[in-house]
Ligand binder design. Structure first.
Ligand SMILES: *Cc1c(COP(=O)(O)O)cnc(C)c1O
Length: 361
């Protein structure tokens, strides 16, 4: 047996520690996970009802609609795009995989920021493509430097905005100027997993740009603000022509029946999303005040997480929080060895973690 050589150099995804394990290890009754940018308020109540209704149909023995037709219609309406301009994935993670399967191979290369969402690189390596990582400046993508990395063998370029793990974003004018300079043979993937949380006024609305840039693709997800991470629904938006070309790289039944029903219901409850966004904004302010009080460096965030520099080994701070029942993400795995990425929780959770951090620092 011989697996692809490049797989031997990769590690399987390391998830945050599960809550049950931490409870046992430290003998805790309450453990809060602020590690994966999940929605601390769960999801809309309408979602639960939609799932129960779906179960009542007794259709679990039947394959789901592989085209996600009902969800597709609702989502296309919601976004103001054509139904043919959408591709669904078992999470956006799968859409990233589909893009890589469809466009990357040995001899081709892909350009991305360093540090950014690790799945772009991971999937590109599996496909045997060359990965060109461009160092960030102040936690932001260096678009000029990324342009210089493009050549005739570049097929995909990734922009994560807001960027995971820094929370920074690409401004509208900068994105337009960039897109004007990128050669048309390069697919520019703009990952907007945290789109719903963004409040910055100069954050670009990319959907109307699709008509001007046929080499643009937008990624979004139901896992973050919509609170459906467990159900795995993400999607890409691009020209009908491009979607049609990459569709064969998608698994036939990649989004399941329950998830499709849940996503439709989640879309209908815009009030839930507005509330979450409002609370997230206040939560970020709790962390900003904390950082300013303790003179800690951080990046202002447009997502539901914040990267804070503690100027000491991140794993130490991570462990101190873990013992007190808070699971966060150590920057060690994210390319920021002295920082933690903390998901914004409820007001109470934020206050509690901040208290512990104050004691520790
Ligand atoms: C969470 C996240 C995703 C993946 O979301 P899923 O839909 O759950 O697979 C993609 N991109 C970024 C930047 C993320 O943070």
């Amino acid at each position: 047996m011989q697996v692809k050589e490049q797989l031997l150099k990769l590690k399987p995804y390391q998830p945050g520690k599960p809550i049950e394990e931490v409870k046992k290890e430290f003998n805790l009754t309450k453990v809060v996970k602020l590690a994966s940018n999940e929605n601390p308020y769960g999801s809309s109540k309408k979602v639960k009802q939609a799932i129960l209704n779906e179960l009542d149909q007794d259709q679990l023995a039947i394959y789901p609609d592989g085209y996600s037709a009902l969800l597709r219609t609702q989502l296309a309406k919601h976004l103001g795009v054509d139904e043919k301009e959408v591709i669904f994935g078992n999470g956006t993670d799968e859409v990233i995989q589909i893009i890589c399967r469809a466009l990357l191979l040995p001899g081709k290369n892909t350009v991305m920021a360093n540090q950014t969402f690790p799945q772009y690189k991971h999937n590109a390596v599996i496909e045997g493509a060359e990965v060109r990582e461009v160092p960030q400046v102040n936690g932001e993508h260096d678009l000029e430097a990324m342009l210089t990395q493009i050549d005739e063998n570049t097929t995909v370029l990734w922009i994560c905005t807001p960027n995971n793990p820094t929370g920074t974003y690409v401004k509208k004018q900068a994105l337009i100027e960039f897109l004007n300079k990128v050669p048309k043979h390069v697919l520019v993937v703009v990952d907007e997993a945290y789109y719903e949380y963004v409040l910055a006024e100069d954050y670009p609305q990319t959907i109307p740009m699709l008509k001007d840039y046929p080499n643009l693709m937008i990624l979004r997800t139901f896992s973050k603000a919509y609170g459906l991470a467990a159900l795995r629904v993400g999607y890409g938006i691009a020209s009908a022509d491009l979607i049609q070309k990459i569709e064969p790289a998608r698994e036939p039944f990649n989004t399941n029946r329950i998830a499709q029903a849940a996503a439709i219901a989640a879309l209908e409850d815009s009030e839930f999303i507005s509330e979450c966004i409002d609370k997230n904004k206040k939560g970020l302010q709790q962390f900003y005040r904390f950082c300013e009080e303790l003179k800690l460096d951080y990046y202002p965030s447009e997502g539901n997480f914040i990267l804070i520099d503690f100027k000491r080994d991140a794993d130490e701070v991570f462990q101190a929080l873990l013992q007190k029942g808070f699971i966060v993400r150590s920057g060690n795995a994210l390319g920021f060895p002295t920082s933690l990425r903390i998901t914004v929780g409820t007001e109470q959770q934020n206050a509690e973690i901040i208290e512990i951090l104050k004691d520790f620092v």
